[in-house]
Design a binder for this molecule. Structure first.
Ligand SMILES: [Zn+2]
Length: 447
């Protein structure tokens, strides 16, 4: 993996430093070798290896690969199958009954469609939380995206399933692909009991794996936890050792002020993925408190969640909604600038789990590069490329995607797989997944 010798010639390069304004350097060549960015230099100023593949990128903007900080890839098969309902109905009447029908082949078909959609939209790394991760890993390696996979565990599956979930994570980690890393995936603070959370925290430390978990998804969950246990979901994560073990927390729209010092104590290993599209759809009362989290030094990334809630695995779209919703929530148009929002969508997500990428286009960074064509009428004229990327560009404006130094999307086409075949197979297996039987579900939502 990581073919040596790709030169991306004559592009504009997006720079998003750790903080502060971003910049775009015109007329640059990116020299990629051994899966890394060897040099970013003015066009023509460094000789091109005669064996190198040259990607002509005049007029294109090179941005770091987008990171999808929270997803459930195979749920693309349920896209649009659970609309106009609240969270309880979404889980109890639709999604969890449908998940009784998961099979290895259906999960594989869904994961391939998800990887295709993400790569074509400029996503080069995804933190995924789902069942049957061995089949998801197959799709990841086939299509060439980076993924951190967390095998989902519910306490209702019973104790034996804990060990199986850890074994599944280790199998992903040890599969020998530079694209694959793993996390442990206890589902949520309301579906995994505290004894199991402690067990997973210990296992995470013992195996050197982080934890990916849903917590404080809504403010109602936080209130329910306070009523039931006297503490917030984040306090549950703290007292069971999950924060200390290192955790990617999905959603966190119910994170309250008293949670912030707890999260900040572990800021070197804890972060939050926000996926706002779904929050709008189920009419949530609150959004992820991004400003407070960032002010406490807690890392934030942008996710898509599964397509059963968000409909697309489109990080540009989610980032746009994040910026818009945060500005509105904070009543502050200056909060979350274009550079800030794009930073969360790239290096923000990359910092949440060990993907093997930094989400930057610096010399020495992993060679995960996205070339975007801002020539469409919805982007022109381009006075500010960062504004065009955040507020105008569409996933379909992505022209070329390079992951680990290898071109995996070329001229808007997948290089390693046939999109039509992937779409056909997904369409063929999806109806079987949607069949529901009365009284049967993988879980019951009762926060
Ligand atoms: Zn989720």
């Amino acid at each position: 993996m990581g073919t040596s010798g790709v030169v991306v010639r004559s592009c504009s390069v997006v720079r998003l430093p750790v903080e502060g304004p971003g910049s775009v350097l015109p007329d640059q060549d990116l020299h990629l070798a051994d899966g890394r960015i060897a040099a970013v230099v003015p066009t023509g100023s460094r000789p091109v290896d005669p064996d190198a593949r040259v990607v002509e990128a005049a007029g294109l903007v090179a941005m770091p690969g987008l990171t999808n900080a929270h997803s459930h890839m195979p749920m693309v098969l349920m896209r649009g199958a659970a609309e106009d309902v609240g969270i309880e109905e979404w889980f109890n009447d639709l999604i969890w009954p449908m998940e009784m029908n998961l099979t290895p082949d259906r999960v594989h078909a869904g994961a391939r469609l998800a990887c295709a959609e993400m790569l074509l939209g400029g996503i080069t790394a995804v933190a995924d939380h789902y069942f049957l991760t061995d089949r998801i890993a197959e799709a990841v390696v086939e299509l060439g995206i980076r993924a951190n996979l967390a095998p989902t565990y519910f306490s209702s599956q019973g104790r034996a399933a804990r060990q199986a979930a850890v074994a599944a994570a280790l199998a992903v980690r040890d599969a020998g692909s530079p694209l694959l890393t793993a996390s442990l995936g206890p589902h949520a603070t309301y579906t995994v009991d505290e004894a199991d959370l402690r067990w997973f925290a210990d296992a995470a430390v013992a195996e050197g794996l982080p934890i990916h978990i849903h917590a404080a998804e809504t403010i109602e969950q936080t209130r329910a936890s306070q009523d039931r246990l006297g503490v917030t979901p984040i306090e549950v994560l703290a007292r069971t050792g999950v924060l200390a073990a290192g955790a990617l927390i999905a959603h966190g729209t119910g994170i309250v002020a008293s949670d912030l010092p707890l999260l900040a104590e572990y800021r070197d290993r804890v972060g939050v993925a926000s996926c706002p599209k779904g929050y709008f759809k189920v009419a949530m009362e609150t959004m992820t408190p991004v400003r407070s989290l960032l002010e406490h030094g807690i890392r934030v990334g942008v996710g898509t969640d599964g397509a059963a809630s968000g409909n697309t695995l489109d990080v540009l779209e989610q980032t746009r909604l994040l910026a818009l919703s945060q500005k509105q929530q904070e009543r502050d148009p200056r909060f979350l600038t274009t550079a800030d929002a794009l930073r969360l969508a790239t290096r923000g997500g990359a910092a949440l789990v060990p993907f093997g990428t930094s989400g930057t286009l610096d010399e020495g960074s992993a060679a995960d590069v996205v070339l975007v064509d801002l020539g469409g009428p919805h982007c022109q004229p381009v006075h500010d490329p960062l504004a065009a990327l955040l507020y105008s560009a569409r996933a379909s404006d992505v022209r070329t995607v390079i992951v680990n130094g290898e071109v995996v999307v070329d001229e808007r086409r997948l290089v390693r797989a046939d999109l039509a075949e992937i779409v056909d197979r997904a369409a063929a297996v999806a109806p079987e997944l949607l069949a529901r039987r009365p009284g049967e579900a993988v879980q019951h939502y009762a926060p």
